[in-house]
Design a protein around this ligand. Structure first.
Ligand code: PNS
Length: 163
């Protein structure tokens, strides 16, 4: 039996309803979806990789074929090690396109056997990004429409600690 595996790489700092929508839809297209949290040494994230993995595990616990892992290095190298055929990325708007196309083409040169699948985000979440969630939360704004309840509490706790 073939086991079609896709990797959905990202920063997920924190996971939003937009990411969750992509995770749900992508998980229906493959046998196994691996959500891959980038450990990026160049950037200081709000949440550690371990925290981001735990948050993603918690909000995806009801989706049977989703696994959450962290990785460092290239997405295509991680995907190869996992035996994945696809990378998944969400496209919100034209502004995402240039960067995403460049990344997908570069990944294709490095790993021609792995294709990038773009899912257009649900229009409901087209405006949403982890960056804006952090920005709103950092000023004490309401992020309940952007992230699941348990994530809202964790984000708010982070900023409470920083104020
Ligand atoms: O959620 P993000 O920050 O938009 O995700 C970006 C991510 C993690 C997919 C991208 O930065 C990435 O794949 N980084 C790992 C290094 C890599 O493979 N770069 C692509 C080659 S140009």
């Amino acid at each position: 039996m073939i086991n079609r595996i896709a990797v959905y790489p990202g920063s997920f700092d924190p996971v939003t309803f937009g990411h969750l929508d992509i995770i749900k839809r992508a998980s229906e297209m493959v046998d196994t979806l691996i959500v891959a949290v980038l450990v990026n040494k160049a950037k200081t994230p709000l949440f550690s990789a371990e925290e981001r993995v735990n948050m993603l595990r918690s909000v995806t616990k009801d989706i049977g074929n989703v696994r959450v892992e962290s990785f460092s290095g290239l997405s295509v190298d991680f995907a190869r090690r996992q035996g994945a055929e696809f990378l998944v990325r969400g496209l919100r708007a034209i502004t995402d396109f240039e960067y995403e196309l460049q990344m997908a083409q570069t990944n294709r040169i490095m790993a021609p056997e792995i294709d990038t699948i773009f899912l257009t985000t649900n229009l409901k979440y087209a405006y949403l990004s982890s960056t804006t969630v952090r920005e709103v939360a950092s000023y004490g704004g309401d992020i309940s429409r952007f992230v699941p309840k348990e994530i809202e509490e964790l984000v708010e706790a982070k900023y409470r600690g920083k104020r």
